[in-house]
Design a protein around this ligand. Structure first.
Ligand SMILES: Nc1ncnc2c1ncn2[C@@H]1O[C@H](COP(=O)(O)OP(=O)(O)OP(=O)(O)O)[C@@H](O)[C@H]1O
Ligand SMILES: [Mg+2]
Length: 149
């Protein structure tokens, strides 16, 4: 299942993240791609807020991963520094764990990504607009039907 959603500004991005947050369950894997500054971390911050996480969520580029403990924990991975690596066994513990896992630059650890996941490719359109290309199979395909309408 694939779908495109045009986001016109930050407020719409926030609303979109809120709608995704309604579907998160233990083991939920969300893969984000898009150029530098596309909005991957911004989306993750809105998602964390919507999940009720009170800590400030910031970019884990230098730490690879940050864990936000919560009723449903959030594992925020940024694989930017793993370009060319292909997979990461330590991160897989979290990717296949019981929290919600959000992975920026997931393509760099493609072999560690499960077949079923929600993929959101964020394309910069203008200063405030973003085109989201959504993809999902299995459970994620049914979630996609309910997103962005
Ligand atoms: N509709 C929008 N959605 C998301 N971000 C937006 C939007 N409009 C403007 N922005 C701005 O674009 C920037 C996106 O930066 P962000 O750090 O989220 O990008 P990123 O994809 O995580 O980049 P990186 O690859 O460096 O981690 C922020 O400054 C944000 O405020
Ligand atoms: Mg980022």
């Amino acid at each position: 299942m694939e779908k495109q959603v045009l986001i016109k500004d930050l407020a719409e991005m926030k609303q979109f993240a809120q709608s995704v947050s309604r579907f998160v369950v233990p083991g939920f894997v969300l893969c984000l791609s898009g150029d530098l500054g596309a909005g991957k971390t911004t989306f993750t911050q809105f998602l964390g807020d919507a999940m009720g996480i009170k800590d400030a969520i910031n970019s884990p580029t230098f730490t690879l991963m940050k864990i936000y403990d919560h009723q449903l924990p959030l594992y925020h991975i940024d694989a930017y520094r793993l370009e060319g690596v292909g997979s990461d066994a330590q991160l897989e513990e979290y990717i296949y764990g019981d929290g919600v896992c959000v992975i920026e630059w997931y393509q760099y650890i493609y072999h560690s990504i499960p077949n079923d996941c929600l993929v959101i490719d964020i394309e910069w359109v203008s200063k405030t607009e973003r085109l989201l290309r959504l993809k999902g199979s299995g459970m994620y395909a049914s979630i996609l039907k309910n997103l962005g309408d």
